[in-house]
Design a protein around this ligand. Sequence first.
Ligand SMILES: Cc1cc2nc3c(=O)[nH]c(=O)nc-3n(C[C@H](O)[C@H](O)[C@H](O)COP(=O)(O)OP(=O)(O)OC[C@H]3O[C@@H](n4cnc5c(N)ncnc54)[C@H](O)[C@@H]3O)c2cc1C
Length: 418
Amino acid sequence: MSRILILGAGTAGTIMANRLRRRFAKDVAAGKTSITVVDEDPRHIYQPGLLFVPFGVYRPDDIVRPRRMQLHEDVTYKPGAIEMVIPEDHAVLLKDGTRLPYDVLVVATGTRIAPEETEGMMGPEWHHAVFDFYTVEGATALARKLSTWRGGKLVVNVVEMPIKCPVAPLEFSFLADWYFTMRHMRDTVDITYATPLDGAFTRPIAAQHIGDLLDRKHIGLVTEFNAGRVDNERKVLVSWDGRELPFDVLVTIPLHQGAAYLKATPSLVDDNLFVRTNPATLQSTAFPDIFAIGDATNLPTSKAGSVAHFESEVLDDNIGHFLAGEPLEDGFDGHANCFVETGFDQALLLDFNYDTEPLPGRYPLPIGPMTLLGESRMNHMGKMAFKWVYWNLLLPGHTIPGIPARMSMRGKLAPATT
Ligand SMILES: Cc1cc2nc3c(=O)[nH]c(=O)nc-3n(C[C@H](O)[C@H](O)[C@H](O)COP(=O)(O)OP(=O)(O)OC[C@H]3O[C@@H](n4cnc5c(N)ncnc54)[C@H](O)[C@@H]3O)c2cc1C
């Protein structure tokens, strides 16, 4: 009997559970393999939809479905909070005292925002003038605020990298420009995007394109701004080097950390509680029977649902190899694929991996129909269609035709080398 235990039934955990169920369908039916998933939250949230909640495009009900319904009936769903992983005993302990032994463990508990780690962030202005939009509660409170706001200084700030979906705060700024334009009050709103990076994005060519777009939309860019504290009384965001950004509304992307229970197993994680993971095989660098996927890893690629999807194809094979006693494949190349909504029914598309930065061009074929690093309505339609793709193709663990796990150079315009 092979016992596969998956921690977390979010995007990555759900995809993995459904893929592995398909791979081991006969063994699962015969009781030779079990697939168990643990999660503490009965709601499955379509997180890319959170971006649209503050602007009234989606309501919370549009992006939340019951967790159990996303898992195949042959997958055992165990609701509950995880207490700790005990690698030496090949077991996981839940907070209610249940002990779950495993032959293979997959850590897919994602990342959590930690606003409490920034001084003053959760002070008296929290969800009055200081908001997140990475939670249903935060996005809903922000929607309420924006719908009656009369204008002023809007500051969008990334506290520290890495964050999940690194383009989401940029998209928020672009959508704010669109939203206030449509409400005929753009001239009363001063939008500033403040980032700890030295440009608008992590990679140079995309940073240039996105920086130009911010400029065109009259969104101020403040770089190398490392937020240290929020002064609630003066409504000022203060950086570690003493620079101040006054705000009427602060939209923060707080510090991100791995799940808190991982503190109890320090050999498994880095200082931010992200699982130390082999970048190509997705195996833990500390324990051969532990693997990680999605936002929970410490891999130098985006924390994005698309990444979890590409990783799942590699991990599915590698768990098969591991259980068969075969060598693992170096199959994951860091492939990430992100639509960047820019407002007014337009979006950009980024496609990159560990070695190749986002480049201009066409996608997925040399003739498109999507445009890489250029705005198009087709990209916007792709962004909005992603919700259907998520529930109906990604979560059930299907491979998407024409979009392989490994990044392709097809259609990309490589910069001239000197
Ligand atoms: C605003 C926003 C916009 C985004 N836009 C995009 C986009 O356009 N495209 C894209 O590809 N990605 C996007 N993402 C990122 C994407 O949603 C995540 O990268 C993806 O959900 C990661 O999947 P995951 O399974 O690793 O983590 P999650 O989906 O977050 O799942 C982790 C699960 O672990 C569970 N868990 C954690 N700790 C415990 C515990 N102690 N006990 C039990 N259960 C626990 C949680 O309840 C959760 O269900 C966006 C994210 C946000 C917030």
